[in-house]
Design a protein around this ligand. Structure first.
Ligand SMILES: Nc1nc2c(c(=O)[nH]1)N[C@H]1C(S)=C(S)[C@@H](COP(=O)(O)OP(=O)(O)OC[C@H]3O[C@@H](n4cnc5c(=O)[nH]c(N)nc54)[C@H](O)[C@@H]3O)O[C@H]1N2
Ligand SMILES: Nc1nc2c(c(=O)[nH]1)N[C@H]1C(S)=C(S)[C@@H](COP(=O)(O)OP(=O)(O)OC[C@H]3O[C@@H](n4cnc5c(=O)[nH]c(N)nc54)[C@H](O)[C@@H]3O)O[C@H]1N2
Ligand code: SF4
Ligand SMILES: [Mo]
Length: 904
């Protein structure tokens, strides 16, 4: 192994620095946190730590594909260029579109945007950031005149009060959360408030949790503004000198605490306590994320939060400010280059003729777009309606992540020409593309990304590209050249693009635009290679970068003053009703990333939450006849899914939560985007992904079971299947509504390619009770097991009992006949089973004296729940630190600490 290479984590917007030791010969990585990187100072979370497990070539898209056939680059690129040109000639520039992503590096993003807006001449370049931060972008723009995150991560360490609003940072920004936890441990006077309808893992360090009714944040923050005024905590001098519109905003916020508590369905003493704390602490950071952004009034909610900071002058100073956490590794970079369809480039947009003229001059183009293109949801409607004839999707999986995702699927099925650049062969969206272009992924690509605190870092190549994969910027420029734009897309390497991007940011800027990295206009290749993380702007005034904006009271509005926005709270567009009485909330899990194309490859990351699930309050579980760990069908007016029921009082009654991650690659019925309503915010066009009316009922199969197999199997029935990759095995959870005629035959059809000898099979069948089990060993090495618990005598009432609780009892009883998977999965690590293990195999339970580790809690060190419980009991452990010392659990990324504490 050579000297470690410094690069950046490709997951969340914290943007942690990674130090990677590369073993080229073995294609292996040793990952650790980069101690010199200011975002993480050496820390990494479970996902970052497991990056080395995600770089396998299996499943990668290695060669361009045209209509399902592998081909060379020349044919694929020619076809894309010709098809786009033809569509434009026939139907006009607005008949084509690019849909990009925060997975792209800044250099990739820059050329994609330049091609569409500058040379094709349409505004139709939008990105998945529309689903993610466009409400924050719009809120910033309204308040500050620019899309600026004012603060930096260090503010977490200086703050006296940290408010997490619609953010589950413990799971979604784990290293930022660890910084907050550490700050609180260092100074117990620091207070943390979590505002979220769910009690999430982030509540672990909360002094106060406000489980407000879904969608009511604007009410709460309007009330706060009013309270600050009544308490005499306004910073009058600041308001006078640096802001506009205060009185109108205050007048819009006249509700009292009682009324607010009622509207938000909160305890009024809790509301008062939060208000007192906010009013009483100077150093307040308000961190917010998708619980705020993903709303049909998301922009207003952002401004309701910013209003409170402007009214107290708490912005741009150490330890205080509103702070929008970015989601994707390069969400911020996308905003810099103008990836959203209403933006142009370098924080210039279509609202301003001067900007359009300036960018056209800079790019030396006659054909620049003059108006915004379609934002994401509208874009896919336009594809569905045949207005957009050719689309190029880069680094995103819209058939999963867009609302009303079944319609998105149909839109792509109807579309004349769909191109996709991705790293993975089989995704729910690549299945619908006519042309697939293999992109280099993390560990191969090379360029820059920008994190939540505006810090630009390098992602560096660690390995040679997989197969024929090319960098996204290269693919885009090749198509641009073939479309006749050689002059403007002559780049040979990412640094050339970065220089141009830097030059544009400085072009006629003179302090009028926040985004200015003109100091890099002439950066040498060597300096680019060595670039150290730096926060923009980086220009003459700030050659070393700038930690905070607005400390000088100067804003980027015409008047130079910040704007208060008068907010009238609105309810979500689609309220629950008699037919669809529950609110569907969607979000993230600790160990999965979005549509699982990478995290599901890392066995370690699949153990925390192996199956798609739905969290339901106990009262709702009873009301709708749902058994804990049984299956449920969830339906909205648009689509349906099946998920495992988790009964928990961390949910509010009337609300259910499902993770956003599962796709048709890993589960038959887990693609939640199909249910989500496509209501959008009128200002930001961001969809309301956290609020869809649904109904729920028990899904009652006639049989359930699982297969564990050393070999990957081709399972595409029964109705419910989930595929989980483990260490040296694949696990399939199965349930069906039709019983196979013959279980042994069925098992054989699943496990054996040919007439493979069934001699080595240990079989057990008890038709009376509906049990079937088989284990397959070769030379005492376990190859596979099948465990089935079926309806025994098939009573006519099966699945249609009058009393839902009777049905629940039925399901419960059947489930009990299936053993826990942990002991069995552990056996795949062994090259030979011992006799006692072989004897116990078909019971599914460890032989006497052997203990089961239970569900994995700590993904970093693979420590299970039962192991932790046993240690707590035997050794009398009292704190998570003691558990850490004893078992190492929770001592790396710390994101399982809430769960360890729950066990204590
Ligand atoms: N592990 C992991 N981390 C990730 C990602 C991932 O896929 N996996 N994705 C990254 C990306 S792109 C993003 S955008 C971020 C997202 O990071 P977060 O926004 O923190 O994540 P979410 O789970 O989508 O939603 C946050 C919370 O909003 C709450 N919420 C729902 N409705 C409301 C409401 O009306 N009001 C309030 N106050 N809260 C509400 C939900 O209950 C949820 O707990 O995470 C990033 N980090
Ligand atoms: N209901 C609901 N829907 C949501 C959300 C929610 O909370 N609830 N969250 C929304 C948010 S915030 C987001 S950010 C989106 C995320 O949703 P998506 O963008 O659809 O999810 P990803 O899995 O990140 O998709 C990235 C794709 O790019 C590929 N890829 C990775 N690296 C590269 C690269 O370098 N180049 C190329 N060309 N491809 C690459 C991956 O293999 C993968 O297929 O989902 C949104 N949708
Ligand atoms: S917090 Fe985790 S996922 Fe986010 S950048 Fe850091 S290591 Fe990567
Ligand atoms: Mo996101």
């Amino acid at each position: 192994m050579n000297k470690p290479i410094q690069t950046t984590c490709p997951y969340c917007g914290v943007g942690c620095g990674i130090s990677a030791k590369v073993d080229q010969a073995q294609h292996r990585l040793e990952i650790s946190g980069d101690r010199t990187h200011p975002a993480n100072l050496g820390r990494l979370c479970s996902k970052g730590s497991a990056l080395g497990d995600t770089i396998e070539l299996k499943g990668r898209l290695l060669q361009p594909k045209v209509y399902g056939r592998e081909t060379g680059w020349a044919e694929a690129l020619d076809l894309v260029a010709d098809s786009f040109r033809n569509a434009i000639e026939k139907y006009g520039a607005d008949a084509v579109a690019i849909y990009g992503s925060g997975q792209l590096l800044t250099e990739d993003y820059y050329v994609a945007n330049k091609l569409m807006k500058g040379f094709i001449g349409s505004g139709n370049m939008d990105t998945n950031s529309r689903l993610c931060m466009s409400s924050s972008v719009a809120g910033h723009k309204r308040a500050f005149g620019s899309d600026t995150v004012p603060g930096c991560y260090q503010d977490f360490e200086y703050a006296e009060l940290i408010v997490l609003i619609g953010s589950n940072a413990a799971w979604c920004h784990p290293v930022a959360f660890q910084r907050i936890r550490a700050a609180k441990e260092a100074n117990p006077a620091v207070k943390v408030v979590v505002i979220d309808p769910r009690r999430t893992a982030s509540c672990d360090i909360a002094d106060l949790h406000l489980p407000l009714a879904s969608g009511t944040d604007a009410v709460l923050f309007n009330g706060l503004l009013n309270f600050i005024n009544l308490r005499g905590k306004l910073d009058r001098a600041y308001i006078e000198a640096h802001t506009e519109g205060f009185t109108v905003a205050l007048n819009a916020a006249d509700a009292g605490i009682e009324q607010i508590a009622e509207l938000c369905r909160l305890d009024k003493d809790d509301v008062r306590r939060f208000y007192e704390w906010f009013a009483g602490h100077e150093k307040v950071v308000s961190l917010y994320s998708q619980g705020i952004n993903q709303s049909s009034s998301g922009t207003d909610k952002v401004n309701a939060i910013i209003n409170c900071h402007l009214a107290t002058g708490r912005i741009g100073k150490p330890g205080m400010g509103p702070f929008s956490l970015t989601g994707q590794p390069n969400a911020m970079g996308g905003r810099e280059v103008g990836g959203l369809s209403h933006q142009l480039a370098a924080h210039m947009d279509f609202s301003n003729a001067e900007d359009i003229e300036r960018v056209a001059r800079f790019w030396n183009t006659q054909n620049i777009a003059q108006k915004p293109g379609y934002p994401a949801v509208e874009l896919f409607d336009a594809i569905y309606d045949g207005k957009v004839k050719a689309v190029w999707i880069m680094g995103t999986n819209p058939v999963v992540s867009l609302p009303n995702a079944d319609k998105v699927k149909q839109a792509l099925q109807r579309c004349d020409f769909v191109v996709m650049s991705d790293c993975i062969v089989n995704t729910d969206t690549t299945a619908l593309a006519h042309v697939l272009l293999p992109a280099q992924g993390w560990s191969e690509k090379d360029g820059t990304v920008t994190n939540s605190e505006r810090r630009i870092s390098r992602q560096r190549a660690l390995f040679a590209p997989a197969g024929s994969a090319k960098p996204d910027w290269w693919i885009i420029t090749q198509v641009a050249r073939r479309m006749g734009f050689e002059q403007a897309f002559h780049y040979q390497s990412p640094v050339e693009i970065f220089r141009e991007h830097a030059a544009l940011s400085g072009c006629e800027n003179n302090g009028t635009r926040d985004f200015d990295i003109s100091a890099f206009t002439d950066i040498s290749e060597q300096d680019y290679d060595r670039l150290q993380p730096v926060q923009w702007p980086v220009n003459q005034a700030y050659p070393q970068g700038r930690a905070r904006f607005f400390d000088d009271g100067h804003f980027f509005t015409e008047s130079g003053k910040a704007k208060f926005i008068a907010v009238t709270p609105r309810r979500p567009v689609n309220p629950p009703d008699r037919d669809y009485p529950l609110i569907l909330n969607t979000g993230r899990l600790r160990d999965q990333w979005h549509t699982m194309t990478r995290t599901a490859i890392a066995a370690k990351l699949n153990q925390h939450k192996p199956e798609p699930f739905v969290e339901v309050h106990p009262a709702d579980a009873e009301r709708y006849g749902l058994a804990a760990n049984g299956l449920a069908m969830i339906e909205s007016r648009l689509g349906s899914m099946i998920a495992r029921v988790q009964v928990t009082d961390s949910q509010l009654p009337g609300n259910v939560f499902v993770p956003m991650h599962w796709t048709e690659q890993y589960a038959s019925r887990g693609r939640m985007g199909a249910l989500v309503n496509p209501a959008v915010d009128p200002v930001s066009n961001q969809p309301e992904s956290k609020h869809t009316p649904v109904r729920i009922g028990a899904y009652q199969p006639l049989w359930q079971g699982f297969i564990l197999s050393r070999r990957e199997l081709n399972i595409n029935e029964p109705e419910y299947w989930v595929k989980i990759k483990g260490e040296q095995y694949y696990r399939y959870e199965l349930s069906g509504k039709t019983l196979p005629e013959n279980w042994p035959e069925w098992a054989k059809s699943k496990l054996c390619d040919s007439d493979e000898a069934t001699l080595h099979w240990q079989e057990y069948q008890d038709p009376g009770r509906g049990n079937y089990r088989v284990a397959h060993l070769i030379n005492d090495r376990l190859e596979s097991v099948v465990f089935i618990a079926a309806e025994s005598t098939l009573p006519a009432t099966a699945g249609m009992q009058d009393d839902p609780m009777e049905a629940v009892a039925e399901v419960e009883q059947r489930k009990e006949r299936l053993p826990d998977r942990n002991w069995l999965t552990g056996l795949f690590a062994k090259t030979q089973l011992e006799k006692a293990e072989r004897m116990a195999l078909l019971t599914g339970r460890p032989p006497l004296g052997v203990s089961d580790v239970g569900t994995i809690v700590c993904a970093c060190f693979n420590v299970g729940e039962l192991t932790i419980q046993a240690a707590i009991k035997e050794k009398g452990l009292k704190t998570h630190q003691e558990v850490g010392r004893c078992l190492k659990a929770g001592t790396n990324c710390g994101s399982c600490i809430p769960e360890i504490k729950a066990l204590l």
